[in-house]
Design a protein around this ligand. Structure first.
Ligand code: AMP
Ligand code: ZN
Length: 493
């Protein structure tokens, strides 16, 4: 018997706005599609949060015994700069600015994406298809939508006819928008615009002569619209209807709304049973984003080489910080929050070590069976990792009481407790027991803080020879000191 048969999972479905009992189309199997990155720059920590939420969800499904086909694509064409229909392709723009082949841009940032995800201990998806690898499939879907009357050709481009679609279907049902309101809130089309209505979106765009990313099609040389790739790749690998589609909240509209419209127009039925949306990571209360510069790169956090945090943090400490928030809640990154998470993570890992060496007795003061089910109940309630972590800290309290001989535990309960904690910490939350690294980085921080203090004392005594020596010798070892308003911080390169 698999665990999923005894655990009753509920997920929050963005399409219905309700928590629903999760029932896959085929018992024991799950098809899950998550929109991947647009590989035109380094992934920032905000991007990582969304992918980490789905990594945790993928891990929990596997933990429950499901066989999961997890498809996460790479967007290497079609995503335009302003998400509207007239901007430049993000990858083509970067290639033009850096005088690179578009595929050099794609390769560079795909490699960066994989490196970062590996550092964070992500499980690889089952399939990682690219938009450029599925141009033929995209053209076939456009032909089908044209044949069914939900699209029109204009000057070498093909647009989806939203008004026509809305006569028989409900455009806006995922994002809770009404087409009439959208129409009321948009300006008139300019004369040269080839769309019938501003709400229409591109399935295929004609490539102007200077456009470097182009493919032949029945409508001339061009490139696919951004929304189409996900319809093509999800249908190809998961079928016309599949269990879960995920992505960041900011993709609900227009991206996911358009995916639904394309699939319904082409196949005549809804593509996805459960839509899951992960919430945003913010910094200083504002969404972390590439375009505004309000972001931090994971690499800058791991080395401490940044202007925002007081020290370096390990991938597991950052991962633990992310897991302490529910995936549908906004999470704000700050130095204090990371410091607190790092401390909590150390406490949890330390407790695992303590547990290993605990003496056992004839009875348990702690109801392990009930506690274990509470851990599952938390995860079964739409993957509530903060509650799960709170439950694990309840166990830490008992572990410490047992160590101090104030409580006892039987051998069997100790084994169950260890197996449950290990399962949730490593398999489900994806943390790593790099306590040596953690311990070393703590020791390094302690030593550098001491040297910073000695340097300050030397400067206060006007002994600049000593203070400079400390700074220079640390720099020679790759440890940079930064003097700021709040005192001196350091980074390791
Ligand atoms: P992009 O590379 O821009 O296509 O984005 C890749 C993924 O990162 C999408 O699922 C976005 O929703 C997600 N994303 C972008 N910014 C943030 C953020 N600040 N917090 C969480 N997820 C984000
Ligand atoms: Zn997508």
């Amino acid at each position: 018997m698999q665990l999923y048969q005894s655990q009753h999972l509920k997920v929050y479905n963005s399409l219905t706005g309700k928590k629903e009992i999760f029932k896959p189309l085929n018992e024991g199997h799950i098809g899950m599609y998550v929109c991947g990155p647009t590989v035109y720059s380094n992934v920032h920590l905000g991007n990582c949060r969304t992918f980490m939420s789905f990594d945790m969800i993928f891990r929990y499904f596997k933990h429950l015994g499901y066989k999961v086909r997890y498809v996460r694509n790479i967007t290497d064409a079609g995503h335009l700069v302003d998400d509207a229909e007239d901007g430049e392709d993000k990858i083509a723009k970067k290639a033009r600015l850096e005088q690179l082949e578009p595929m050099e841009v794609v390769q560079r940032y795909t490699v960066d994406f994989h490196n970062i995800l590996q550092k964070f201990n992500f499980l690889p998806p089952s399939i990682e298809p690219t938009a450029t690898g599925h141009i033929i499939e995209q053209i076939e879907i456009i032909k089908d939508i044209l044949k069914k009357g939900y699209a029109y050709e204009a000057n070498g481009s093909v647009y989806f006819d939203v008004a026509k679609f809305n006569e028989t279907n409900e455009y806006g049902k995922l994002s809770g928008r009404k087409l009439e309101d959208m129409i009321a809130n948009t300006r008139e089309l300019t004369a040269q615009n080839e769309k019938k209505n501003p709400q229409d979106f591109a399935l295929w765009k004609k490539a102007e002569p200077q456009h470097i990313m182009r493919w032949p099609s029945p409508w001339g040389d061009g490139f696919p619209g951004w929304h189409l790739e996900c319809t093509a790749m999800s249908t190809k690998y998961l079928g016309e209807t599949f269990d879960i589609h995920g992505g960041g909240m900011d993709l609900k509209f227009p991206h996911h709304e358009c995916e639904i419209a394309q699939a319904e127009a082409s196949n005549g039925h809804s593509p996805v049973n459960y839509w899951l949306h992960a919430n945003m990571l913010t910094m200083n209360g504002k969404k972390m984003a590439k375009s505004t510069g309000n972001n931090i790169l994971p690499g800058e956090i791991f080395t401490g080489d940044n202007e925002i945090l007081s020290k370096a943090f390990s991938p597991s400490a950052v991962r633990f910080f992310m897991m302490q928030a529910h995936y549908t809640s906004i999470l704000d990154l700050s130095n204090d929050a990371l410091l607190a998470s790092e401390k909590g993570y150390h406490r949890l890992i330390e407790a695992l070590g303590t547990l290993k060496n605990l003496e056992t007795g004839n009875s348990s003061d702690f109801d392990i069976t009930n506690w274990k089910q509470q851990c599952y109940d938390a995860m079964n309630d739409d993957f509530n990792t903060p509650i799960l972590i709170a439950k694990m800290f309840d166990a830490v309290k008992h572990i410490n009481l047992i160590k101090e001989s104030q409580e006892t535990i039987t051998k069997a309960d100790k084994e169950t407790l260890a197996a449950t904690l290990n399962g949730f910490i490593f398999d489900v939350l994806g943390l790593e027991e790099n306590t040596d690294d953690v311990g070393d980085s703590d020791k390094l921080s302690g030593v550098v803080e001491l040297l910073i203090q000695l340097r300050k004392d030397a400067r206060d005594n006007k002994d600049f020879a000593t203070s400079d020596k400390i700074r220079d010798q640390l720099a020679a070892m790759g440890i940079q000191l930064k003097d700021g308003k709040e005192g001196t911080t350091f980074s390791v390169s």
